[in-house]
Design a protein around this ligand. Sequence first.
Ligand code: GAL
Length: 413
Amino acid sequence: MLKLARGIGIAAALLVSSSAIAQEVEVMHWWTSPGEAAAVNVMKEQLEKKGIKWVDAPIAGGGGQAAMTALRARVVAGDPPTAAMVLGYDIKDWAELNLLGDISDAARQDGWDANYPDAYKFFGEYNGKWVATPFDVHSTNWLWLNKAAFDGLGVAEPTDWDSFIAMLQAAKDKGLIPLAHGGQSWQDAVLLGNVTIATGGIEFYRKAILQQDKQALGSETMRKVLERVLQLKDFMDSNAPGRDWNLATAMVIKGEALTQTMGDWAKGEFVAAGKKAGDDYMCLRFPGTQGVVSFVADSFVVFNVSKADKAAQIEFVRTLMSPEFQEPWSVLKGAVPANLKANDALLDACGKKAFAEYKEAAASGNLVGAIQLFSAPAAIRSAVEDVVSRLLSGDLNVDGALAGVVASADAAQ
Ligand code: GAL
């Protein structure tokens, strides 16, 4: 946070509009994979129908690290986009710098307070004002499986750790890559989050990952989590390091690999490839995490730019938060609508299941921020990501990684 504040410095106070033309939005995002790009078109088309020109500002790089670097540079230069995709705790960082437009009027007009669960409001509001649009529900605790490859194994659907490992082993015995993985730190962290919930349960996840409780982080349960993460490395291929998430998904789509554990943006890739849920691929909750939804909410913030752009910004955020947008968007993006009033009619079997589970989890308290961006402020998150990546690369052993996750709790200070 401090680093961001220093980097932006005085330029922040001097923000000027990037464009004086009314009724257009320049939107910065990181949606460049085939599935993501198809979904962006829905956003673009809905706005253009309302007379708002879409100026596309994509910055490639799953997980958004490159986009966040680009965004900081734009803001420092006094040239922010009209809107930018910013997720989770990063929203709070920008809000704290007083750079974000207040969209509370739109929220009041359209009843966001009633239509979104508390876990979502937490990431949409700052100091009692709406400053972001957490508009969809992605969740990270999924397994995506190639159905033909799975059927060929003759095993039951995995529901716990042992049956999961047995399935991976059966694939390995057949000469199939069991687990398609992209060895980038944010993807490694997705693995860690899922294994943490599967191993310690939701209360342990809350303590260790959301609250950074040192006792939980240094516990035997956490050791087991790290051992299990390392165990999964035996089922990855040697080209995993550095691989983009959507290329790992493509391996499952083509049947080169059995499964991938990844947020349901992976489903967008299956859809873009013309594959059908249930026929060509399967969606299972990551074994041991049934009933939990570890969410990632795609969100945009708008910057304090000129008055001329304000009207377009408001139309933009109202569109994002409406069921009419979220329903078709979700089909292509692999997400489900975050608006509790939305309808699931357009969704496929995986989507219907995900939407029902989201609503149940929101009511029961089992809706928790995913380790990717929604678990903790940036400094803590990147310390944890670094530890798990070093564990998977062989740079740290389990003891070293355990000490590393305990130390990560201090990263915020
Ligand atoms: C997430 C984002 C998703 C998807 C994914 C991979 O952070 O919420 O929408 O784009 O990254 O790029």
